[in-house]
Design a protein around this ligand. Structure first.
Ligand code: PLP
Length: 396
């Protein structure tokens, strides 16, 4: 047989898969695993949203729609940007996709030429480098691990070459929980303007902030409005991960190219989901506040427990539902015959000895940390961290 294409062979499988598979195997053996891996809210999708979808299905006309989305939903997104972000868009500047991930994919495909460089703050969401590579471009990382996971604009400027095309920013951030202050966004914006870079601003955790407030970089100046593609979606704010709905806002020309690409790849986002999304964006926002408040409480419980364990420390984590925990002070210690060399060894010990699953930082380009998700019950947070405390006491 002829060989498969070499085009995508550099794309890596998700680094979280291995630890997930191990945790699932333990569970299948009847072990009670405390799971701090989750990248999605553990709440059900609010009932009015589910009911809207059911009503739409009952009407029986589940058809294709225009590729960039039904007009009512594009208008609801325009209204959302005006209400929440003071951003003014026309409906032809909006494209609805099957998840924010597809919006990011579309944006990078239409922006990048082969060899273009795209800046990414590290630690990073695991898909960014692969999405950049899928577009034929080159990811370039800017370390934030010694700046409280906030991107430093002078480091950004130092990373720019003649080939730099764009920067991806993500605030509130997965995996670090960092929320960028307005002054940081201003500084990033000035560098982007000076070097004529596009900005892809992934704002999917916008509604999950516990300290500080959300600013969309697109709103900071007219120039930044023009050079920014804002990406957002319903997965995290409305507990709708499985429904697959994301959207992007940008210049009309860029959105047109994204729509052309999407029209041949997947067409419109699910028609049922688009109708449910109308309820999410236009209906009562109280369920979002209830989920946010629950996350705020769990964050407090998790952060306090982590910071009270000798050998662990965590960054501020002002948003999203993740805590980045520095485990580097455990390196060189032993558990029985095992010597801990890196964060992957720490995650393996937590799982194998105490049945607590965390994501090793290598999945995000940082090997001194593990990511703990608090998208799980308070009882599990308390139990999981008590198990971790016991394990750390056993280290020599
Ligand atoms: N961006 C970030 C930072 C994420 O963490 C995720 C999901 O984990 C996404 C985008 C993708 O979201 P969606 O479910 O809308 O594709």
């Amino acid at each position: 047989m002829k060989p498969l294409s070499t085009k995508h062979q550099a794309i890596e499988e998700s680094k979280t898969l291995a630890i997930n598979a191990k945790a699932n195997a333990l569970k299948a053996d009847g072990v009670t695993v405390i799971n701090f891996l989750s990248g999605e809210p553990d709440f059900p999708t609010p009932e009015p949203i589910r009911n809207k979808a059911i009503d739409f299905i009952k009407q029986g006309h589940v058809r294709y729609t225009a590729t960039p989305g039904i007009p009512e939903l594009k208008q609801a997104i325009v209204d959302k940007f005006a209400r929440d972000n003071h951003l003014r868009y026309e409906p032809n500047q909006i494209i609805v996709s099957s998840g924010a991930k597809q919006s990011l994919y579309n944006a990078l495909q239409v922006l990048c030429e082969p060899e273009d460089e795209v800046l990414i703050a590290s630690p990073y969401w695991t898909s960014y480098p692969e999405l950049v590579k899928l577009a034929g471009a080159v990811p370039v990382f800017i370390d934030t691990s010694d700046t409280d996971f906030i991107l430093d604009a002078s480091r950004m400027e130092a990373a720019i070459t003649d080939n730099t095309k764009a920067i991806i920013i993500n605030s509130p951030n997965n995996p670090t929980g960092a929320v960028y202050p307005k002054a940081t966004l201003d500084a990033i914006g000035h560098v982007a303007t000076r070097h004529d870079l596009f900005i892809i601003s992934d704002e999917i955790y916008e509604k999950l902030i516990y300290q500080g407030e959300h600013h969309s970089i697109a709103g900071l100046s007219d120039d930044l409005y023009r050079r920014t593609i804002v990406v957002n979606g319903l997965s995290k704010a409305y507990a709708m991960t499985g429904w697959r709905l994301g959207y992007a806002a940008a210049s009309k020309d860029l959105v047109k190219l994204m729509a052309n690409l999407q029209s041949h790849a997947t067409s419109n986002a699910s028609t049922v989901t688009q109708h449910a999304a109308l309820e999410a964006l236009m209906g009562d926002q109280h369920p979002v506040a209830v989920m946010r408040d629950a996350f705020a409480k769990r964050r407090h419980v998790m952060k306090e427990a982590v910071d009270n364990i000798d050998g662990l420390s965590s960054a501020p984590a002002s948003g999203a539902f993740y805590l980045m925990v520095d485990v580097s002070s455990l390196f060189g210690k032993r558990h029985g015959d095992t010597v801990i060399e890196n964060a992957t060894d720490v995650a393996t010990l937590f799982l194998e000895k105490k049945h607590v699953a965390v994501v090793p930082g290598v999945a995000f380009g940082a090997d001194h940390v593990v990511r703990m998700s608090y998208a799980t019950s308070e009882a599990d947070i308390i139990e999981g961290l008590s198990r971790i405390r016991h394990l750390i006491h056993q280290l020599r």
